[in-house]
Design a protein around this ligand. Sequence first.
Ligand SMILES: [Zn+2]
Length: 89
Amino acid sequence: MSNGAKIRTCCGCRKAEGKAGLIRIVRTPEGDVILDRTGKANGRGAYVHADAACLAKAERSKALDRSLKCAVPETIYREIEKELADNGC
Ligand SMILES: [Zn+2]
């Protein structure tokens, strides 16, 4: 379970970032794609800024799909959008 890198890259704007300010999306060992609110879920993670513009870019470019090596369902994007709205972004 080591892929070493502590630097996380936003799948929207491709900027490297610390953990703060990023939303983690995980492909679980079972093959589900989930929004990881705790940051502790097992599986392959991808990150996007808690920013609607970055999310939209990531959706358009399918960068999350590539990063997770599977298709990210549209519901995940909608769920993150809702999360952002709830946080007043
Ligand atoms: Zn970004």
